[in-house]
Design a protein around this ligand. Sequence first.
Ligand code: ZN
Length: 135
Amino acid sequence: MTFKDRLIRMMEGRYGADELFYLLTGLYILLTIVNIFVHSWILHIIGLVIFAVAVIRSLSRNIPARHKENSLVLRAGEKLGIKRKVKAQRPARDTVNFAYKKCPACKKTLRLPRKKGKHNTKCPACGEEFSVKIR
Ligand SMILES: [Zn+2]
């Protein structure tokens, strides 16, 4: 068994990293950097505790509880005006079964069955007839 297999097996059924994990880890790094200048053992211990909490959470098997904590933090962040970076999820294009061509008249993208060769097609939006080449 390789190290990677062992790691995957160890993380099975465990919560893993979430936004709160990155927040806590970031806080730990920040405290560590600050502590380079201030040399405070209190800051050092606070940092270690924060990091320990982050690691313990990620190894937890009580996923609903951890999920609740994370969403609480996210909601608090939203109140502070921090928006989650949610990528607009576009449905993936099925490029195996379809070809996508733009209508020359209205520029609308048409989804055509992927059949090789030259075809005549009619745009359903504007009625323009044109020929497309599908490779
Ligand atoms: Zn058109």
